[in-house]
Design a protein around this ligand. Structure first.
Ligand code: PLP
Length: 491
């Protein structure tokens, strides 16, 4: 039972209000002294410089299944798998054993300049089999940003191999997108806040078209076909504005994660965009770092509509957080161009394709396949959707509930009719996340902003592990509903 279910509405309202107003800090946004914050189970770092220099964070001592255990004795339900990463939950013995066995070989790292390792090749074979042979090769990296960075270079090299003076220099990507934080990946991203400080350094040969956001853009009563036709026309126009012969490729997420809060593309959209790309000889590129590797109910999100990309990135769910690893899946067409050209990918880093990373990812992928976890993602995902819509669909500040598989977003609005977002200063998404993780509720919610127009707008992401049960879905939706009701009752 949700802890808050034990409280009356009045008590809950007063407690949340006290937390939010009086600095009884919910997750360490605090001016508390270091001593006070650490005795409360929060630590504000003195040595680590991470995303926030002022914030104290709760300390995790361990985890098992869907739960994280904090130093203050609390047990937190990990409703978000971290940042949609821990797809098998925490403390999976099979994965830990596979990593340990690999470490015991004495070579967790091997320089890919010199050596090959069987586990690395086995992982790549597993991944290619997972595409039914529709993709040809795998390039391994350490993070989603590196995978996107590599994709940008490989896409350019695809044309460069055939013509050293190729005019193909432009990418088209989308507004309200996030593809990573390295300069190339950020240059592609249409994330206003994350781009802002670095704009002078970002590639000016990336051009953006609008996202595919049915909630905010579709006319009342407009069909999928009509909406998709408008998007294809917009891309077509962008190609012509740039000169179609100058475009390397179009890049998008099949389901937009962090930037929009799980906005799925409208049926037919991916196919229509690929058609525009291919008609102009450009590449169709999918970023599935967040939405892929099972998160949407098929191993790859594109498999839902069988729209095979020319290049695709994968990340988070690949090794489920047991090792840092991401990858680029490369189509037959692109591999052929490299094979028939220089025979090399002009790129590389020290830590790529490490055997220990591969051992973790291979075991995670085998578990998913052997235990048919995709079925659980689809079944529990459908139930999660139904529960969220039943418990929160009528809430006056829940504007939209959207997603796919076990990847769901709630978008919050001040006015449900006009879809007007809240003032950014109110920090709605962060408040929801802080309240969720507080001792009143003990769950995680992944907050995001910029949902409405790139700057304003609030959402939270719900992305539980693929091992979540029906009873757990009941539990988390009940608690999430309590969190939402509590926070908005104080506003
Ligand atoms: C769609 C997408 N692409 C790329 C990235 C970057 O991945 P990483 O944080 O592993 O560098 C992310 C991270 O959230 C993502 O969601």
């Amino acid at each position: 039972m949700s802890p808050s279910a034990l409280l009356s509405d009045r008590q809950r309202h007063d407690l949340v209000l006290a937390h939010l107003k009086n600095g009884v800090h919910l997750n360490g946004h605090s001016t508390l002294s270091k001593k006070a914050s650490s005795t409360n189970g929060f630590i504000k770092a003195d040595y680590l410089l991470d995303r926030n220099l002022h914030k104290a964070f709760p300390v995790v001592k361990g985890g098992k299944g869907n739960y994280l255990f904090l130093s203050d004795g609390r047990k937190i339900f990990d409703t978000t798998s971290g940042a949609a990463v821990s797809c098998l939950g925490h403390g999976n013995e099979r994965v830990i054993d596979a990593i340990t066995a690999q470490l015991k070989t004495g070579t967790p790292y091997l320089a890919s300049t010199f050596w090959m390792s069987e586990v690395v090749e086995e992982l790549c074979k597993e991944l290619i089999n997972g595409t039914d042979g529709k993709m040809a090769r795998v390039y391994l990296t350490g993070s989603g940003s590196e995978a996107m960075e590599s994709t940008v270079k490989m896409a350019r090299q695809f044309f460069y191999e055939k013509d050293k003076n190729t005019p193909r220099v432009n990418f088209v990507a989308r507004e309200n997108s996030y593809h990573g934080n390295t300069l190339g990946a950020l240059g592609i991203s249409g994330h206003v806040a994350r781009r802002a400080p670095y704009t002078p350094f970002l590639m000016d040969n990336v051009h953006h078209v609008s996202a595919c956001n049915a909630y905010r853009q579709r006319e009342e009563g407009e069909s999928d076909a009509s909406f998709v036709a408008k998007k294809a026309a917009e891309l077509e126009a962008k190609f012509h504005e740039l000169g179609p012969e100058t475009v390397i490729g179009f890049i998008c997420e099949p389901v937009v994660g962090a930037a929009l809060g799980c906005v799925p593309s409208v049926p037919g959209y991916l196919n229509a965009m690929r058609e525009v790309c291919h008609r102009h000889g450009a590449l169709f590129i999918l970023d599935e770092v967040m939405s892929g590797m099972g998160r949407c109910g098929t191993l790859h999100a594109w498999q839902g509509e069988d729209v095979v990309p020319d290049l695709q990135t994968i990340g988070k769910g690949l090794a489920g957080g047991y090792q840092p690893i991401a990858a680029v899946l490369i189509s037959h067409k692109v591999v052929k161009a490299l094979m028939n050209g220089s025979g090399q990918f002009i790129h590389g880093q020290t830590y790529q394709g490490m055997p220990v990373q591969a051992a973790a990812a291979l075991e995670v992928q085998k578990i998913q396949r052997e235990e048919n976890l995709m079925k659980n993602v689809r079944v529990q995902g459908a139930y999660l959707e139904e529960r969220l819509k039943t418990l929160l669909g009528d809430h006056p500040n829940v504007g939209d509930i959207r997603g796919r598989g076990l990847f769901w977003g709630l978008e919050f609005v001040k006015d449900k009719k006009t879809k007007e977002p809240f003032d950014l200063k109110m920090g709605i998404a962060q408040k929801l996340s802080d309240t969720a993780i507080s001792p009143l509720f003990n769950i995680t919610l992944y907050p995001g902003t910029g949902t409405a127009d790139g700057v304003k707008g609030d959402h939270v992401i719900i992305a539980p592990s693929y091992i979540v049960t029906r009873e757990e879905v009941d539990y988390i939706v009940k608690v999430i509903a309590d969190v939402v009701h509590s926070v908005f009752s104080t506003i």
